[in-house]
Design a protein around this ligand. Sequence first.
Ligand code: DSN
Length: 426
Amino acid sequence: MTSDSSPAPSRVRDLSTVDPEIASIVGREIVRQNTTIQLIASENFTSPAVMEAMGTVLTNKYSEGYPAKRYYGGNLIVDEAEELARSRARELFGAEHANVQPHAGAVANMAVYQALLKPGDKVMGMRLDQGGHLTHGSPVNFSGIMYDFVSYGVDETTEMLDYDVIRSLAVRERPRAIVAGATAYPRLIDFAAFRSIADEIGALLIVDAAHIAGLVAGGAHPTPVPHADVVSFTTHKTLRGPRGAAIVSRAEHGASIDKAVFPGLQGGPMMHVIAAKAVAFREALAPSFRDYAARVVTNAVALAAALTDEGFRIVSGGTDNHLMLVDLRPFGVTGKVAQEALDTAGITCNKNQIPNDPEKPFVTSGLRLGTAAVTTAGMGVGEMSEVARLIARALRGVGDESVRRGVLAEVHELCGRFTPYPELVG
Ligand code: DSN
């Protein structure tokens, strides 16, 4: 209830007046992102333009259906936003069809499976504890419950995909589809090899490019699009867009993908987010994005090398993409302890199982580090050495308050030089 003398809440423009608690949370999160180092491999700093598109009246519109085929009126204007997003996605990835409505990567994968498979079909995917994803057949996920997944992993010695072993498994199991893609695999994925394996057994090839979508768009990772039947990806990781997902595919799968997303799984699309996806695709089509994608990889290679110099073991000996897996066992700390120690020292990352990890998923022996966000913030190869030194110092001094404070002070100084949102204050 509002009194006659005060404006209705919807007319008050200032969040801090309408909801001081949420305003305070937003303000403190701005400070956290501006003053600490973000190394979570699936995160990035999206642009002010993308965020502006998300905070618009497009959030008010109900648009079930697709452009020119909506269930409600009043959609002619937002249709233009979805058309722009679809055509830019097709152009960016050289794809025949695009669906930009999935709210998240997991929903995108669910839609892909629903479009191409029947419950109970056999599918091959990468094991979660070897670098895959929950939706690639984990027994606790819908994918493992609804479909008969068989899993491949990495070679025990090289810690890389062995395409001969994957081929043998595929020939033996004869899945209806093969899922290629990962959330914690630091090497290039050979999509042509996956296509040839799929062709040998008449299987579909589904690529989950969530992590590498920005690298693919920027030419820093070989594209899966010509090889795959369908490619799903999230828009907020290396692609640097709003939180959400999209699916690109061959034209022949377009109608069934669209039907699976809506009405199969989702209701109304988020038109404000779709508009923001269109902005992100436009940004990724700009020549400067190619430079960004290349720098993400150069920084990852530099960070992995600097961490090796500090005494860490890097899984598979290095990285070709935006991320690396750090084996912490030489330092005698678990992933859980390391994540918490680094968090309190101003370095944000996530614990992650390494291949054949003796520790449980909530403890782990490793960390996953990515360079997409720090590269957006402007850091380069020199700063990667500084970051590696700070990580090593923090983890050599776990439990030592003076070490923690010293690292945090240096983190603040570094982030003062590379602030992602200097125009935003908390
Ligand atoms: N949570 C994502 C990641 O961090 O890779 C995967 O869904």
